[in-house]
Design a protein around this ligand. Sequence first.
Ligand code: ADE
Length: 245
Amino acid sequence: MFEFKIVTLFPEIFSPFENASLIGKAVEKKILKFTYINLRDYSHDKHRSVDDTPYGGGAGMVIKPAPVFEMLEDVKDSYKVFLTPGGKPYTQSDAARLASLDKPLLLFCGRYEGLDERAVEEFDEQISIGDFVLNGGEVAAMAVVESVSRLLDGVIGNMDSVTEESFSSGLLEYPQYSRPEIFNGKKVPEILLSGNHKLIKEWRKGRSLLKTRKVRPDLFDKYEMSDLEKKLFEKAQKEEKDGTA
Ligand code: ADE
């Protein structure tokens, strides 16, 4: 069983998320377990406050170190992640790494303007889910939970869909089509109707390369194409130019 320990001031945000869809089923099957920790339980003043004004001035409030240190005493068995826009950008390979942990994954959701740096230093890792600012780490924690969970055995029905999808190969996924064959005057690419699996696989690789180059040139530049892939990419480029894609 893989355990997520979520530190949040708003555990109620997670309730529908934990109960719905594939995550809900995985909890039922005891593949996943969620434990919630409320930082306020580690605050000892009469208002149960966990924040204070920042030294040096400035807007907003900062989470104080004391309740965090006290909470961390109770979760010494866990790998501790602090979710913050100041963290390292999260990628699929981080998800794979976290999914192979052999201990609980603690996700600390910040609120307010930040967390006292002395507490930040106690975490094993800081993660950002993108270059934008959320009100708190809860939505970011859900992104981490979902991306890690779907890599665990038994969470997703068909593991092929995990290995074929975007990023697992370093490229974006090829375009997909389903019925009907013609929709709004647009036809499904002929090759996909051919039943020729080798040609379909090659077509998909070409489209995957083409899409990655267009949408994510940073990923494309990092990807090392084989000789065959170079040919498939050029073919896809030509077909697109000629309008025969
Ligand atoms: N908390 C607020 N914004 C965040 C972000 N972009 N990633 C992770 N945690 C956050």
